[in-house]
Design a binder for this molecule. Structure first.
Ligand code: CUA
Length: 318
């Protein structure tokens, strides 16, 4: 799901182009050098011992030939380096002169998850989600990158190169996808114990589907519709969960951990650690430290009935 060799956006395609150029030119150069080396070695060993070898070519003619070969090789190296420099410069320019963005997103790195904010001129339409970015296919998307603690780095190889999230500094970045798909991304700057499990997904979808997703995210969580979910909501609100998590439409408004208003609709939990299934949610709630040691989620010792009710409630948060 994650490969820089399968470009799906203008940025990754430009990077793939220069990667291919460097790869094939360097491959040809490598093969030629090894062939020349092998030829020289074979020629040397097939010669008779030096003391009995007749002098076939006058020394001056041999030296002239060597000088010509070295001159041609040096010129070829210079031309190749100039081509690489020009290609690198033009790709760099293409990457950093983006199209007018159709959508703006704010991405904040935390140890070890991603906070994704969709701002809106109407504050009531703004919303926050986690570890998952949805974008419409074909649109240029501007992402403002921030960090809440240490330096992280945002990398979705199928769509673009890397850009750091630095505490106290806003970086901007543009991505676009030209086909509907789900692309995996990964934090690519070592940021502590769970750096390797700091993943996210970019879901590129057709315009109508994206509009439906936006409409869902803007809604507060639905009120529990049955007794089990009502009981589960009580468990959630009474067990300390609201200290870290927000569920819009309830009193829970913590911001230390991911916003859970629409948790059931996401692909993963623990920032790509586990597929988002009911069983994995149960395992995560009671013992997130085994799944992702060092993360901020404490072990929550719940009675089995309470856990089942809480899971029933979380199932409704789509
Ligand atoms: Cu965040 Cu590595």
């Amino acid at each position: 799901m994650q490969s820089a060799l399968d470009p799906a956006g203008a940025g990754s395609r430009a990077i793939y182009g220069i990667w291919s150029l460097l790869f094939w030119v360097c491959t040809v150069v490598f093969v030629l050098i090894i062939a020349a080396l092998a030829w020289a070695m074979a020629r040397h060993t097939s010669r008779r011992p030096v003391e009995t070898a007749p002098i076939v070519v006058p020394a001056s003619r041999g030296e002239r030939r060597i000088a010509q070969v070295v001159g041609v090789a040096t010129a070829a190296t210079l031309v190749i380096l100039l081509v690489f420099t020009a290609a690198s410069y033009s790709v760099g320019r293409a990457l950093f002169s983006p199209a007018e963005p159709a959508l703006e997103i704010e991405l904040t790195g935390h140890q070890w998850w991603w906070e994704v904010r969709y701002p809106d001129p109407q504050p009531a339409h703004a919303f926050v989600t986690a570890n998952e970015i949805h974008i419409p296919v074909g649109a240029s998307v501007k992402i403002t990158l921030r960090s809440d603690d240490v330096i992280h780095s945002f990398w979705v190889p199928n769509l673009h190169g890397k850009k750091d999230l630095i505490p106290g500094q806003d970086n901007t970045f543009y991505i676009a996808a030209d086909r509907p798909d789900t692309f995996r991304g990964q934090c690519t700057e070592f940021c502590g114990l769970q750096h390797a499990y700091m993943a996210l997904f970019v879901v590129a979808e057709p315009k109508e589907q994206f509009a439906r997703w936006i409409a869902t995210q803007r809604r507060p969580a639905p009120a529990p519709a049955n007794d089990a979910a009502r009981r589960g909501q009580q468990v959630f609100l009474s067990q300390g969960c609201p200290a870290c998590h927000t569920i819009n439409g309830t009193a829970a408004a913590g911001t230390t951990g991911p916003d859970l208003t629409h948790i059931a609709g996401r692909l993963s939990i623990g920032a790509g650690r586990l597929p988002n299934t009911r069983g994995n949610r149960a395992g995560w709630i009671v013992d997130a430290q085994t799944q992702k040691p060092g993360n901020r989620m404490p072990r929550i010792a719940l009675a089995p009935d309470d856990l089942q009710s809480l899971l029933d409630y979380l199932d409704t948060l789509e």
